[in-house]
Design a protein around this ligand. Structure first.
Ligand code: ADP
Ligand code: MG
Length: 471
């Protein structure tokens, strides 16, 4: 990849030296001599990488770094700093710098760091592309799920949607039953007509009947106007009867007739009216059990249970959690006008381990709340409710991953990386340099700097106790 690099340094001699030595790399190089110009340039042109001095008159590198990151969070910025100001490098890394180099620059290290940053950007672009692809392929009209169990139900829904068949959607509360009903309607040839949703649990027997089938004027007290009813409103479209397990026995008979005969009767009228409605129903109850208990008519159950979509609870498809979480973060961050980039590893770990009795709905609420509470760029475990964190215990691998580097200086982190890699390679420097993506010369310099001796990394190696972080 031929990229575009911006170099920022107020020391013009250093700038022209860099321009000369970087002639051999395949990228275009532009230079500016202060922070203001750097910000302007970054706003006007799409650079792939910025190499910036920390100490400059006018706006210093730190401030420019922050402003540029605000403009373009994905651009890698490499900071150049004098040995005496390595603390600046720590600060810069915290502000999102990609890497730092100490002056005087080691030219091999410089070129390698540039190439690595370019690759990093490519990866970033690739990731964004993948994310896009995943979201379009793995979502069936907004239903996110890549777990095998979700893929299976989504496949059934995809096939069933255009057939016009009656569909029974079952699953715990908050698993996405209503979302499925919408997706089914929108993937059927009735999509241009209405999808009418009725919550059967919210209405008593009389109201439910007149709501569904309509009534004549004066047919009961309070019926001062004629009403067409929701079945007729959904003519040529779809009616979604949510919480179908709650409808009273007498209504079950009337509903069965409506489905079988494809006609309805208004309350207070003996005339029958033809309707053409697709029926989709949902319940969090086990209807077979309800039939056995005598609470649900068996004949109606069989009429409804033509195609059954069983939406699994979230705890049985935990691999969907990261994708769902990221999706809700994007969705609600936009609404709340916050600039959140993602989750800390521990927050994500906690989200994936929780049991989610309220399923996807609870996950969505949790993330919405965390977005509001969050003060940083990443949702952290502190932004999650106690219900989620109460039983949470970071796993072994996770502890290992995070315990080593938190709160350490960059030098310490660097030396840990070197020690662990040398241990891996049994003291082989060429091998270690390759893994660390630095030259042997750089590795030697760093070994000197940290006073490390490779002879000590043979098979049964020593490990300096102060670096002994993961056990
Ligand atoms: N697979 C999913 N992908 C994206 N959003 C989902 C998914 N499942 C559920 N949701 C969201 O979770 C919330 C609850 O879903 P809903 O369909 O009302 O559940 P149910 O009807 O089963 O109680 C809704 O905001 C819905 O958009
Ligand atoms: Mg619902």
């Amino acid at each position: 990849m031929k990229g575009k690099i911006l170099i920022v340094d107020d020391d013009t001699a250093h700038l022209s030296m860099l321009q000369t030595v970087l002639k051999s790399i395949p990228h275009l190089i532009e230079c500016v001599t202060d922070g203001e110009d750097a910000i302007r340039a970054a706003r006007e042109k799409p650079y792939d990488l910025i190499l910036m001095d920390v100490r400059m008159t006018n706006i210093d590198g730190m401030e420019a770094l922050q402003k540029i990151k605000e403009l373009n969070p994905s651009i890698p910025i490499i900071i150049m700093t004098a040995y005496s100001t390595v603390d600046k490098a720590v600060e810069a890394m915290k502000l999102g710098a990609y890497d730092y180099l100490t002056k005087p620059l080691n030219l091999d290290e410089l070129k390698i760091t540039i190439e690595r940053a370019m690759k990093h950007l490519q990866l970033f672009v690739e990731n964004a592309r993948l994310k896009e692809k995943i979201s379009s392929e793995l979502s069936f009209l907004g239903i996110i799920g890549s777990s095998p169990s979700m893929k299976e139900v989504i496949d059934i829904a995809k096939i069933a949607a255009p057939t016009g068949a009656t569909i029974l959607i079952t699953g715990e509360s908050g698993t996405g039953k209503e979302l499925f009903a919408k997706a089914i309607h929108n993937n059927s040839n009735r999509r241009k007509k209405r999808l009418v949703s009725v919550n059967c649990a919210a209405l008593n027997e009389t109201l439910l009947e007149s709501e569904l089938f309509g009534h004549e004027k004066g047919s009961f007290t309070g019926a001062d106007k004629q009403r067409r009813g929701l079945f007729l409103s959904a003519d040529q479209g779809t009616i979604f009867l949510d919480e179908i397990g709650e409808i009273p026995m007498l209504m079950q008979v009337k509903l069965l007739r409506a489905i079988q005969e494809r006609e309805i009767q208004r309350v207070g009228s003996d005339k029958t009216i033809k309707v053409d409605v697709r029926i989709v129903v949902a319940t969090n109850k086990n209807l077979e059990d309800e039939v056995k208990k005598g609470n649900f008519r068996e004949d109606l159950f069989y009429r409804l249970n033509v195609i059954n979509i069983r939406v699994p609870p979230l705890r049985e498809r935990k691999e969907d959690i990261p994708l769902l979480a990221q999706n809700f973060l994007t969705k609600h961050t936009r609404e709340n006008r916050k600039n959140l980039k993602g989750f800390t590893p521990m927050a994500m770990d906690a989200l994936t381990k929780y049991q989610w009795p309220g399923n996807v709905r609870e996950l969505e609420n949790t993330i919405e709340r965390a977005i509001i509470l969050s003060m940083g760029q990443y949702i952290s475990e502190k932004d999650l409710p106690t219900t989620v964190m109460k039983k949470y215990q970071p796993g072994d691998s996770f502890q290992k991953q995070i315990s080593g580097i938190g709160g350490k200086s960059l030098d310490e982190v660097e030396s840990i990386a070197i020690i662990e890699t040398l241990e891996q390679t049994g003291g082989n420097k060429t091998e270690a340099a390759k893994i660390l993506n630095i030259t042997r010369t750089t590795l030697n310099n760093k070994l000197k700097k940290y006073r490390l001796n490779t002879l000590e990394f043979s098979k049964h190696s020593y490990r300096p106790s102060k670096h002994n972080v993961s056990q």
